[in-house]
Design a protein around this ligand. Structure first.
Ligand code: PEP
Ligand code: CO
Length: 461
């Protein structure tokens, strides 16, 4: 990969300086915490740099290949998980339940559309949040904003909101433990297709979409029995017993990402070994900024969020900056425009990228352009807006002849009441029942499954 093709830094002699994991430090870095104790930060980063990588370069390359299939229209991306992972809600059960929902959604999408689904969890590293404002009001207190458990505490106290570098290490260790369990679950039998019934949690199974899911699970059982009866040795094929599952998060706190960036001994290229895929957010995707500089030099597959202010020229420049060699699967453009803007904003962008021949994955994040606050002060999203943005996204791609490659969803395996609507309708008053997110409102397991059925229908036509 040519890291210097565009926007690369000039060295003092006017030549192109070699990209290094620290090159971002020469650029303005948005959304970085104010660490009060510089020496403590340096110590934490040094410790991180000495710790083992969480993922291997070869795995990241395999994900690029899998996403390359998405870019060419032969597979579909499901990127999903928490808005912000929590140090407090950290247990085998919560990891398992989130994984169950993602596995269920993938089954529904694959069974309903016949298209392979690439599963990427916003898990094992999603601990940092960009904020629109540096401070937030809590009662009478004017506090520094919560920036994710990698940085400070969500509890509204002045002491808790101080950025603490020890949290960088805690985030690393929680990511390692989460990833270890995900690997055990997805490779050790839990994701076996013979377990499809077991992924249906009780509170989901009793719902309309839970019953629809059971019907599919029953048909998969029947198909497997049929193949066995025909003499096919199902035990011999690992594809039926293991699921490739990848991790992803927003590469926001650049010191952390730099400390986990290692040179691959096989190729000599740099990889950010904190996750398989990382993305740059809507608030940090400045072409000359530190985040773009960092992403441009790592070999991982990359995502870039695009909000409603994005223009075709800007997006073309992003493609050149992050994927100058035009590797299919290297770059996923994640549009998050809002249900009422997608039809206007998306067409010229998609047309420009298609005309320029950039082999991107197009993914729809139907969450972040559809958030609003209720009169009682709850941040929420309507299921119908989420679905509406996805429908608009599919319509634009159908018109342009491009592949609507995937969806990017904030969800949880818990029975929360954070988003409104869905076929088992959650009403505004219900938001108080079980609203536990630290950041953005998430679809619960029923709403997620509901959405998967709708997306499968869109993929079928
Ligand atoms: C997010 O994905 O949680 C997020 C903050 O997204 P965006 O950068 O698109 O606002
Ligand atoms: Co969010």
């Amino acid at each position: 990969m040519n890291a210097f093709a565009n926007g690369g830094a000039l060295d003092h002699a006017g030549g192109m300086a070699e990209w290094m994991p620290s090159s971002w430090r020469e650029r303005p870095a948005a959304q970085q915490p104010q660490w009060p104790d510089e020496a403590a930060l340096e110590r934490a980063l040094k410790q991180l740099a000495a710790l083992p990588p969480l993922v291997f370069a070869g795995e990241a390359r395999n994900l690029t290949k899998a996403l390359g299939e998405v870019a060419t229209g032969r597979a579909f991306l499901l990127q999903a998980g928490d808005c912000a992972e929590s140090f407090a809600d950290f247990s085998a059960d919560s990891i398992r339940d989130k994984l169950k929902v993602i596995l269920q959604m993938a089954v529904v999408l694959t069974y309903g559309s016949g298209v392979h689904v690439v599963q990427v969890g916003r898990m094992a590293g999603q601990f940092a949040k960009p904020r629109s404002s540096a401070t937030e009001q809590s009662g009478d207190l004017d506090l520094p904003s919560f920036r994710g458990h990698m940085v400070n505490d969500d509890a509204p106290s002045a002491a808790g909101r101080v950025a603490d570098p020890e949290r960088l290490l805690a985030a690393y260790h929680q990511s390692a433990a989460t990833l270890n369990l995900l690997r055990a679950f997805t490779q050790g039998g839990f994701a076996d297709l013979s377990q499809v019934h077991a992924w249906n949690q009780q509170f989901v199974a009793s719902s309309l979409q839970g019953r629809r899911y059971e019907a599919i699970a029953g048909e998969i059982d029947r198909a497997m029995r049929f193949m066995r009866a025909c003499g096919i040795d199902l035990d011999a094929d690992p594809k039926l017993h293991q699921v490739p599952f990848w991790t992803t998060h927003e590469a926001l706190i650049l010191g952390y990402e730099e400390a986990l960036t290692r040179r691959d001994s096989l190729t000599g290229d740099w990889y950010d070994c904190s996750a398989h895929m990382v993305w740059v957010g809507e608030r940090t995707r400045h072409l000359d900024g530190a985040h773009m500089e960092f992403l441009s030099g790592i070999g991982n597959p990359l995502g870039c969020k695009l909000g409603p202010s994005a223009t075709a020229d800007e997006v073309l420049a992003i493609c050149e900056r992050l994927n100058p060699d035009r590797v299919p699967g290297r770059l996923t453009l994640i549009t998050r425009l809002g249900a009422n803007r997608v039809a206007d904003v998306l067409p010229p962008i998609v047309a420009a990228v298609a005309d320029a021949g950039h082999p991107v994955v197009w993914a729809c994040d139907p969450m972040h352009g559809n958030t609003f606050t209720t009169p009682s002060g709850r941040k929420t999203r309507r299921f119908d807006d989420v679905l509406g943005e996805i429908q608009g996204f599919f319509a634009v791609h159908r018109d342009t002849g491009t592949w609507p490659g995937g969806v990017h969803i904030e969800l949880t395996g818990d029975d929360v009441t954070e988003c409104l609507g869905g076929s088992e309708e959650i009403l505004e008053d219900d938001l108080e029942l079980n609203y536990t997110t630290m950041c953005d409102p998430r679809l619960n397991a029923r709403q997620s499954l509901d959405l998967a059925f709708r997306v499968a229908e869109l993929l079928r036509v």
